[in-house]
Design a protein around this ligand. Structure first.
Ligand code: TYD
Length: 146
């Protein structure tokens, strides 16, 4: 189990999947333990999100996720309590791997966008940290570099 208190933005990875380009359309497959380093227990997706809307605004204590723009685009704003990073997701063959302990907001949804999420655990409200101050205080800062 990854200890969410110690994770940082350097543990978040942009992954590019195989595209399988065909004239009649493309196909991308994602397999547990190869493209995704965890067993996939849940798949969920956000859809019918009004253009320009925001979602997220929380971190997880144990959940690992792979976040994909299945259609359309949105921005992922990430924080480990010290640094912030913004990623633009607009390709169905790319995903961002998030370990636990990363605060995320999903912003600037294009209209009709689909945010597809592969998750390592079933839904559990106790796994959420929904207060940013509480999140920041839970993180253990790395020692200063010499
Ligand atoms: P939440 O994860 O807070 O969504 P977002 O961060 O995108 O705004 O979930 C919103 C609500 O949806 C939450 O109160 C419970 C429900 N929910 C489920 O029932 N199952 C799930 O797998 C998820 C992700 C959410």
């Amino acid at each position: 189990m990854i200890d969410f208190r110690y994770t940082s933005l350097s543990d978040c990875k942009l992954i590019e999947f195989e595209k399988n380009h065909r004239l009649m359309g493309n196909i991308t497959s994602i397999n547990e333990h190869s493209e995704v380093p965890f067993a996939i227990k849940r798949v969920y997706y956000l859809y019918d999100i009004p253009g320009g809307e925001s979602r997220g605004g929380h971190a997880h204590k144990g959940l690992q996720q792979l976040i994909i723009a299945g259609s359309g685009s949105f921005d992922l704003e990430l924080s480990d309590g010290i640094s912030k990073m913004k990623m633009h997701l607009a390709r169905p063959y790319q995903g961002v791997l998030l370990p636990p302990g990363i605060w995320r907001e999903l912003v600037n949804f294009s209209s009709g966008a689909i945010c597809l999420v592969l998750a390592s655990e079933v839904y559990l409200e106790e796994d959420y940290i929904r207060n940013y101050e509480e999140f920041r205080e839970s993180k253990i800062l790395p020692p200063p570099q010499r």
